[in-house]
Design a protein around this ligand. Sequence first.
Ligand code: IVH
Length: 673
Amino acid sequence: MISDAKRIDNLRSQIRKHDYSYYVLDDPSVPDAEYDRLMRELIKLETQSSQLITHDSPTQRVAGFPLDSFKQVNHVVPMLSLSNVFSLEELEAFDKRIKDRLNNDEKIDYNAEPKLDGLAVSLLYEDGLLVQAATRGDGNTGEDITENVRTIRSVPLKLDGKKIPKKLEVRGEVFISKKGFAYMNDYARKYDQKEFVNPRNAAAGSLRQLDAKLTAQRPLEIFCYGVGLVEDGGLAENHNDMLKQLKEWGLRVCPLVELVKGVQGCWDFYEKILQQRERLDYEIDGIVYKVNLKRYQDELGFVSRAPRWATAHKFPAEEEITTVNEIEFQVGRTGTITPVAKLEPIFVGGVTVSNATLHNMDEIGRKDVRCGDTVIIRRAGDVIPEVVKVVLERRHKGVRKIKLPKQCPECGSEIVRPKDEVVARCIAGFLCPAQRKGALKHYASRNAMDIEGLGDKLVDQLIEKQLVNDLSDLYRLDEEALSNLERMGKKSVQNLLQAIEKSKQANFAKFLFGLGIREVGEATALALVDYFDYDLNKIMAADEDVLQQVPDVGPIVAKRIVEYFSHPSNKRLIHSLCSEIGIHWVVPKSNANNSNGVLSGNTYALTGTLTSMTRDQAAQAIRAKGGKVVSSISKNTTALVAGETAGSKLQKAEKLAVPVLSEQEFVALVNVE
Ligand code: IVH
């Protein structure tokens, strides 16, 4: 029998290794269940023999009591800041200064690292044990946040490995991933708490909790990027190898770090990481270049609180500050009223932005955006610019809350907002010119009827001049009408007329999508077309129950479809498009309505494994005989074909009294001539 003390030691070192794999390497070594078992065993043994509990045990991450305040910590080696460069010229100048000072003509080796957008912390290890963690503060004095930092699972409480200095102060950035941030805000919304503005603020707020139990609930992480105080120990002679040492001792280092040569190497790295920026799961705001050789770093030294041997190459800012000149309400193709903030133009995220969507009235309420407000605008990657928040300190007196207009700004009709919906709509439908424009743009768009030459500007003219009042009017346009429009030469007119003519030979799913039925996107249109055998009459005749048989069509979508087709003006429109104008589509052979098939009118669901054929083959066999295959069972299903190890569908069939066919019975059925 091994002693408790030995077993405890053994469990701790196993858990430390697993923590390292999981939190530092992002590469879990055992399933969660196994980890939990080890942890539970350790907790049990430590509870039985509390004299064996040590401060570095993995069970001791969370402190007992909240603090009254944070103690101050002196940084023996000051925590400096970095100079900045914003362009190639500035980067070249930085490199030249270094070469001049070193009297060196050769290309300099730089260690290039993402500049993490979090908070700088210092971690002090003595004899390999974490004894203190501190914020940067003013660079000389920070706050003691040891209890909080101990809760961060990627911070080892004990270092492991060879040649660890007796005293080692590691510096790094504490941050919250984009995923962690989204999770925190989902939680905040659910419990009606204030949301965090960005991951950096969320990290700052989490790190400065006096009660470490709260910090422990926040998804904080760390990447280490340097050292401060070092006593009694040999560190590598260059930065890149030093980071490797930190990694070996169990500290987490950003995996994107790279050794590069000269200005060109720095520039290439910058471009490469900028490309990846959006896809990274953590926020970075630039690249840090550091002269790699420690000897050179020492020679270069510091100037006014920043090292000469390092600089930050900033990415274009994703957030900027500007003012709201006006709030406009735009009308979408289904009548949705979208508030848009008209901004004093501002360069952000690499482009000049003058509009930012406010989504809906709830969003305006949440953010309390008003005309004349100073706001923070965010544009990240290709994402639509948005208002992050209002800078309330800069609000002028007397600005009034934004109210939803009572009337549509385009047609003056009533605006309604159903009780349980977030969006407000203009009720005029196709009578509202904005909705007519939207509908026609959607119909002509690439993923719908793809009518080349029918761009947004032209659509606006067609609607404004009342040349097109409903979609079918598009097919009544002639040379004379079109040639009177702006920027429509003879050639463009002919090309457009040809494109319109060509669209009469349609793809049914794209046509159906192009009609702009609410909730019917491309995938739903495809599913409908397939389910109803390319037969528009069947779709129009289907009630909500039948529609819900279609894969992925739920009650709301079904309701919208029925609503659309029950509207007399829509019925008239379809009639003119299909009967008078002659829009038609080809029905693929496999979908041809095999109404003579023996299974015609019947629907089947499949479950379990069939031995003589795959499920796809079974489905094909059913369709070939005119039957239909559905993915879920309802009382309208003709029968369930159940193979081996049939699952929950079998139970559902029995509950709904839907007949169940064995594989043999099924084979016999599809083999009937
Ligand atoms: S090195 C003496 N490396 O940027 C060198 N800093 O403006 C000092 N930061 O407060 C820092 N990522 O919080 C360094 N890879 C990185 C960094 C980084 C983010 C932050 C750090 C510091 C600020 C300097």
